[in-house]
Design a protein around this ligand. Structure first.
Ligand code: GLU
Length: 474
């Protein structure tokens, strides 16, 4: 066997790729990349009622948006049912599992008895040592694994440490139902083995499953993969993650205007860190990530932090790259489709030119849509409430002077030339620069905040700038 690392992401297709699943996928992907290994994808679609092609497509779409690529074709767990059956029957042949014909009424009585004693429901092993010839005629039994009854099963977990499970607590659980379908517990082991998975990285809600799965590995004589059970994500208040906290599908984060790289950076930092490094590129994460460095404690999801990280990624990204992502994401953003419909070569060029100023003020692509709106507005501009306050009678008088000065600009129309002209207007009228710049901003953008007003003038161009100012004077 080679030492090549093989990880896998094994989502159940329940409708979308939720944020916790995205982090599990990220850790598997980072570990595979870090070790020059591969990450496989298995869709755990055995629950036929909840699984459908649309749900699977949503997961693939979410992974693709995040850039979390998998190797080879996704494996369908459902399609492997014959192989799961074969292994269960092999275990029976080896004497490691057996057919159980307990009736539903008998099982219910066992549960009742356990409940009465305050114990967890357990199967009492009544078919464990019976001869197959005692099988009731015509009955189709379920296959149960012969779990060890003494000692303990130890899970050597790279995140949780050595976790010990007393075997007396593990009953002979079902691996193949009487209808011939495998249980989830069994299917996962057979799939991981057959797919050559060397490292299992998943949520710590699967830790007790790891003990039961170890029983199956041992029964087959298969190597147990390296296990890492990562802590679940909690809300900022420490409670289980709910929708309010951010337990949403990744497509919701796309619609909120987060960059894939920033979301990955944030998710990586939830439960893992590299010194004091906050802002990391994908390359940084790949070279620094190690599963052994993941913390045991639950991580807390914090929107404010995500936003700050997103803003930092936007600022440090090249304008050309941010521009491409912005244009590509427009269809998903509120107000984005309307902007996309109005894109043309001229305003695209303006947008690119305005981007350095816009990205300084935006923490998300949604804020960028908002900030860039002035480029797409048509005259007369809608003026928002705060901007309207800046356009009182005194301000309009000052604007008249500004219009005259800009109109008379002899030199070429640049930010520097506009700034010189406006400074002169301020000095001549005995105003502070802001008393001229603020109404000017309101007239040019319809808002009270925008990139630097001289940059706005330069980007809008002479004709449009003068016309927008004139609209507020008359
Ligand atoms: N399908 C399981 C889930 O979505 C994951 C199982 C596993 O990773 O072993 O939680």
């Amino acid at each position: 066997m080679s030492d090549k690392v093989v990880t896998r992401f094994a989502p159940s297709p329940t409708g979308y790729l939720h944020i916790g699943g995205a982090r599990t996928a990220l850790f598997n992907w980072l570990y595979a990349k870090h070790t020059s290994g591969t990450m496989l994808l298995r869709i755990e679609d055995t629950d036929r009622e909840r699984s459908n092609p649309a749900a699977t497509a949503a997961i693939l779409d979410g992974l693709t948006w995040l850039g979390l690529t998998w190797d080879g074709e996704p494996v369908s767990q459902f399609e492997r049912a014959p192989r799961h059956r074969e292994v269960a029957e092999e275990l029976v042949r080896m004497g490691k599992a057996y057919y159980c014909y307990a009736t539903p009424a008998e099982l219910e009585a066992m549960r009742e008895a356990a409940r009465a004693k305050g114990l967890p429901p357990r199967y009492d092993g009544r078919w464990r040592d019976r001869d197959p010839s005692e099988a009731p005629a015509g009955a189709k039994g379920a296959i149960r694994i012969k779990a060890p009854t003494e000692g303990e099963t130890v899970v050597h977990d790279r995140v949780q440490g050595e976790v010990r499970f007393p075997n007396k607590d593990l009953d002979d659980f079902i691996i193949l139902r009487s209808d011939g379908n495998p249980t989830y517990m069994h299917a996962v082991v057979v799939d991981d083995h057959d797919m050559g998975v060397t490292h299992i990285i998943r949520g710590d809600d699967h830790l007790t499953n790891a003990a039961r799965q170890t029983v199956i590995y041992d029964a087959m004589g298969w190597d147990v993969p390296s296990m890492s059970h990562i802590p679940l994500i909690h809300g900022a208040d420490g409670a289980k993650l709910s929708k309010r906290h951010g337990a949403l599908g990744v497509e919701a984060y796309r619609a909120m205007g987060y960059l894939p790289e920033a979301l990955l950076n944030y998710l990586a930092r939830l439960g893992w860190s590299h010194g004091d490094d906050e802002i990391m590129s994908i390359k940084d994460m790949i070279s620094w990530f190690d599963i052994g460095d993941v913390n045991k404690g639950a991580a807390r999801f914090d929107f404010a932090k995500l936003e700050a990280i997103n803003g930092a990624h936007m600022r440090r990204m090249s304008d050309a790259e941010l521009f491409d992502i912005f244009i590509g994401t427009l269809p998903y953003l509120e107000g984005g489709p309307a902007m996309a419909a109005r894109l043309n070569d001229a305003n695209k060029a303006q947008l690119l030119a305005a981007l350095p100023g816009l990205k300084e003020r935006a923490k998300t692509l949604i804020e960028l849509v908002d900030g860039a709106a002035f480029l797409f507005a048509t005259r007369p501009l809608p003026i928002d409430d705060k901007a309207a306050l800046l356009l009182n009678d005194d301000a309009r008088k000052i604007l008249r002077g500004a219009h005259e000065a800009l109109n008379g600009l002899a030199s070429s129309w640049t930010a520097a030339a506009a700034e010189a002209a406006i400074r002169e207007v301020a000095i001549a009228g005995g105003h502070k620069l802001g008393a001229v710049a603020q109404p000017l901003r309101a007239a040019l953008t319809g808002k009270s905040t925008s990139p630097g007003v001289f940059d706005v003038l330069a980007v809008l161009g002479r004709e449009e700038s003068l016309a927008r100012i004139a609209d507020q004077i008359d």
